[in-house]
Design a protein around this ligand. Structure first.
Ligand SMILES: Cc1cc2nc3c(=O)[nH]c(=O)nc-3n(C[C@H](O)[C@H](O)[C@H](O)COP(=O)(O)O)c2cc1C
Length: 305
């Protein structure tokens, strides 16, 4: 077998490379699949799945900011049954690990979704307890360590696949939340979700987003994301998937140096749909240039003295 220096092992799932497309920025990959061979990706984290179909928040729900975007999409998706019957089969043909990102209004919703999706071909479940754009649930479960622990422990019982908990950056201490997820039985942690923010139109004196507030993503949040990945990686033993403003392979390497096993690319898919593909190509050049046997050799290798 030919040695692949870009491959990484995430919770016993072999990824071709550490690049995963982030939930909500790649749908289920179909549109991107028309532009490039998406089977080259490490994995795909699909748009947040809820029990029932959701229309999302009213428009406008995207606002551009310096170095990023604010979104208040609000978990628009067709519901778990349509996902399993109509969307997942396409991803199965691509032979790529699928990470099912799930969200709910109640603990029971999360447990139900984890059990339902455990009976499908998805490789992993990502628990989104960090969405700032829905009133009922999402971030409400993800801000206090106690509730992170409680929901992770509850879902763990129903989840037959590796469970990754996606943490919110809208917290006082990210390390405490990472520890809570690990204690609750998470197999991995992903971070960060978007940072709650808002945009205002000075002429109309109105908020730009109909929802008033939204989640900030893109390069503007990268320093915060790096700091949080660094702090979380020192607090837990389980693998960390880092994200927040990754636009280039250099950004991805920085996250791995801070302790990430793999990375997710989000907003970059919206600025250029080929970005995730280009980051993989660039990473290959980085590995060659630095004569690395494995990209994993750089994990946690940040020099701080
Ligand atoms: C338009 C949009 C929709 C998103 N939808 C979801 C979602 O459904 N579930 C989720 O966990 N994160 C969602 N996110 C957050 C991203 O997955 C990611 O955590 C965040 O954008 C930070 O990464 P980035 O700066 O590379 O975009 C969304 C982000 C954007 C921009």
């Amino acid at each position: 077998m030919i040695h692949n220096p870009l491959s990484v092992n995430l919770c016993n799932i072999e990824l071709k490379n550490p690049v995963i497309t982030a939930s909500g920025t790649f749908a289920c990959g179909f549109e991107y699949g028309k532009l490039y061979d998406i089977s080259k990706l490490g994995a795909i984290s699909v748009k947040g799945i809820t029990r029932e179909k959701r229309e999302g928040n009213p428009s406008p729900r995207i606002a551009e900011t310096y170095g990023g975007i604010l979104n208040s999409v609000g978990l628009q998706n067709p519901g778990v049954e349509i996902f399993a019957k109509n969307l997942l089969p396409y991803l199965e043909t691509q032979k790529i690990p699928v990470i099912a990102n799930i969200a709910g209004d109640t603990e029971q919703d999360y447990c139900y979704l984890a059990e339902r999706l455990s009976n499908t071909s998805v490789a992993m479940i990502e628990l989104n307890i960090s969405c700032p754009n829905v009133k009922e649930g999402g971030m409400a479960f993800g801000v206090k360590p106690d509730s992170v622990y409680k929901i992770t422990k509850a879902v763990r019982k129903y989840c037959k696949k590796p469970l990754m908990v996606k943490l919110s950056p809208n917290v006082a201490d990210i390390a405490e939340n990472a520890i809570a997820a690990e204690k609750g039985g998470a197999n991995a942690i992903s971070l960060i979700n978007t940072i709650k923010g808002m945009a205002v139109n000075a002429e109309t004196r109105r908020p730009i987003l109909k929802n008033i507030t939204g989640g900030l993503s893109g390069p503007a949040i990268k320093p915060i994301a790096l700091r949080m990945v660094w702090e979380a990686s020192r607090a837990v033993k389980i693998p960390i998937v880092g994200m927040g403003g990754i636009m280039t392979a250099t950004d991805a390497v920085e996250f791995m140096l801070c302790g990430a096993t793999a990375v997710q690319v989000g907003t970059a898919n919206l600025t250029n749909p080929l970005n995730a593909s280009m980051i993989i190509d660039e990473l290959r050049r980085y590995v060659d240039k630095n004569k690395l046997k494995s990209i994993s050799d750089i994990r946690g290798q940040l020099i701080t003295e």
